[in-house]
Design a protein around this ligand. Structure first.
Ligand SMILES: Nc1nc2c(ncn2[C@@H]2O[C@H](COP(=O)(O)OP(=O)(O)OP(=O)(O)O)[C@@H](O)[C@H]2O)c(=O)[nH]1
Ligand SMILES: [Mg+2]
Length: 323
């Protein structure tokens, strides 16, 4: 099992000892997926469970990267060994912006900080496996917190809310009109709301909208299981205004998770989600390969000649796979 000429376990040992280059190489292994990526995950798993996983999510252009850059600076100045994973949506439009973001973030970041972006290009479906694996690696080699930036709820295959301990939802003035349909979804995932670009008109309205939504959610019981009412923080991420407050609330939420026992619940939800994704992948692969067998091709013909229906064919194949 080799990567870049070096066995994965040797890279892992060096990464564990703090060698940044090896961490970067292991992240590339993870991005490529397959058996080698799985063996990184296996090695890392035992050492995980220490990092605070923080998700930053929101619409494209809402200021997630700018905010993440500020939080990274604050966190590393406070002595935390911070890792950032920017999950790049497949859209080539935003793809270009990521590099700029990374440069900006790198400017802010200290020596102890590790920043990496991960792209969807070229391996569809791979991110759902690669992101948790990357988080696990960062956690195992001693990064805490691990901050993940990704675009909004339901827009990419990586569900930050399922991945993070603390989810920060970034909105901007006027957001309400844009995401009308998804307000309930936002309410469900947000542990902390940030109204960014508070220097712009409409910021107060955005805040009032959120307060109202939280009140309504409370009445309807939508956020009952989450007795932590998400705070709403106004920021101008560009100038670092309000960002200390965001950091403080992230830490407080982390402590709340610990003391309330919800942390274990979230970790186990995360594992559940990850196993589901992997199971879907494994079974999906078997399912596609069974279609290529002689029996599979014959069934295909029977469907084409209208002897049996596609759903019947699928059921017969599933019976073969699961036998
Ligand atoms: N006026 C104002 N502009 C901001 C603020 N925060 C970020 N911006 C600007 O908004 C633009 C988008 O910021 P990004 O941080 O790249 O936003 P993003 O959410 O990461 O964008 P994507 O990753 O492309 O989805 C940039 O031009 C920022 O300089 C703010 O608080 N006020
Ligand atoms: Mg960004």
């Amino acid at each position: 099992m080799k990567s870049h000429g070096e066995p994965v376990h040797a890279l892992f040992e060096k990464a564990f000892a703090g060698e940044r280059r090896s961490i970067g190489q292991l992240l590339s292994v993870i991005e490529q997926g397959g058996d080698q990526a799985d063996s990184v995950t296996e090695m890392a798993h035992t050492f995980t469970g220490k990092a605070h996983i923080v998700g930053i999510t929101g619409a494209p252009g809402s200021g997630k990267s700018t905010l993440t850059g500020q939080l990274t600076r604050i966190s590393s100045e406070a002595g935390w060994k911070t890792a950032v994973l920017a999950v790049d949506p497949s859209s080539p439009l935003t793809g270009g912006a990521i590099l700029g973001d990374r440069i900006r973030m790198d400017d802010l970041a200290g020596e102890e900080t590790f920043i990496r972006s991960m792209a969807t290009r070229g391996h569809s479906g791979g991110l759902a496996l690669a992101v948790p694996a990357a988080i696990r690696l960062f956690d195992a080699v001693g990064y805490d917190p691990v901050i993940i930036e990704t675009v909004g709820v339901g827009q990419v295959e990586v569900d930050v809310a399922g991945t993070a301990d603390t989810t920060v939802v970034v909105v901007t003035p006027g957001w309400g009109d844009a995401v009308q349909a998804n307000k309930a979804g936002l309410l469900e995932v947000a542990d902390i709301f940030v109204v960014n670009k508070a220097d712009r008109p409409g910021a107060k309205d955005a805040r009032r909208d959120l307060e109202l939504m939280l009140d309504l959610g409370h009445i309807s019981g939508l956020n009952d299981q989450n007795e932590f009412r998400p705070p709403i923080i106004m920021t101008n991420a560009l100038h670092g205004e309000g960002t200390n407050e965001v950091w403080k609330n992230i830490k407080e939420h982390g402590e709340h998770l610990h003391s309330s026992g919800q942390l274990e619940q979230r970790q186990s939800n995360r594992i559940h989600l990850e196993i589901t994704n992997r199971l879907n992948r494994v079974i999906g692969e078997v399912a596609s390969s069974v279609l290529e067998t002689k029996a599979g091709r014959e069934l295909l013909k029977s469907v084409a000649s209208r002897e049996i229906s596609p759903s019947e064919a699928a059921k017969q194949l599933a019976a073969k796979v699961l036998k």
